[in-house]
Design a protein around this ligand. Structure first.
Ligand SMILES: O=C(CO)[C@H](O)[C@H](O)COP(=O)(O)O
Length: 220
């Protein structure tokens, strides 16, 4: 019998980061992608502008799609995660640079609500060491993230970061975010992360639904 590792046993999910579209545009995109988008991320800028309303609206319109609230929680982990899950989020993000107590609070909240936790590794200096610690804390995804503000500066290589995290985790699945586009998705998909996050490449495309579908095709 062939034994599957945890990295091989699940499909790769496409997470569309909805940062800059209106709620109407997001709903239209999800209507037209017909299953290409596995996770609809209500992005941090969207949350800053509209609070939890897009989480509620997207979940109500598309109960079949997982909704991630990119709250990037940094403190008051359990309390803030509760707010996201109560609004209908399936997955909530917490920053990897937060104290362990904060991350433990988010994990507790996820357990209470039957949700999941994605740790955003933005700003984490020692990726391997922190990923090892987080992997033991019951989080579901550990997401390497090239910050929007440093994309194009060459300071980070998402593919290399993904390899570092994938090499040390045993329980969680890896995710990758930050400037992923059609030209780079094949190499990333080859590393079998659990989730590939795509924001601007979908939202700024001439036809976001066509781009989302093309991205998902490359992940099969
Ligand atoms: O969390 C974010 C920024 O902090 C973005 O949602 C994430 O980086 C994906 O967007 P893009 O593909 O445009 O980089």
């Amino acid at each position: 019998m062939q034994v599957q590792t945890h990295k091989e046993e699940c499909i790769m999910k496409l997470q569309a980061a909805l940062d800059t579209l209106t709620l109407e545009e997001c709903l239209a995109l999800l209507d037209h992608t017909k299953g290409a988008v596995d996770i609809a991320e209500v992005g941090t800028p969207f949350i800053i502008e509209c609070g939890m309303e897009p989480v509620r609206a997207i979940k109500a319109a598309h109960p079949e799609i997982e909704v991630l609230a990119d709250a990037k929680i940094m403190d008051a982990g359990e309390f803030e995660a509760d707010k996201c899950f109560e609004a209908g989020a399936d997955i909530v993000t917490v920053l990897g640079v937060s104290y362990d107590e904060t991350i433990e609070g988010v994990v507790r909240s996820a357990k209470t609500h039957g949700g999941q936790v994605m740790v955003d590794m933005i700003g984490v200096m020692d990726l391997a060491a922190r990923a090892r610690e987080l992997d033991k804390m019951g989080v579901d995804y550990i997401c390497v993230h090239t910050a929007f503000d440093i994309q194009g500066t060459g300071q980070k290589d998402p593919l290399e970061d993904l390899k570092v995290v994938n090499a040390v985790i045993e329980n969680a699945r890896a995710a990758v975010a930050g400037g992923v586009k059609l030209a780079t998705v094949d190499a990333i998909a080859a590393e079998k992360p659990g989730v590939i996050v795509v924001g601007g490449a979908i939202c700024n495309a001439d036809d976001p639904a066509v781009m989302a579908t093309a991205m998902k095709e490359r992940m099969k």
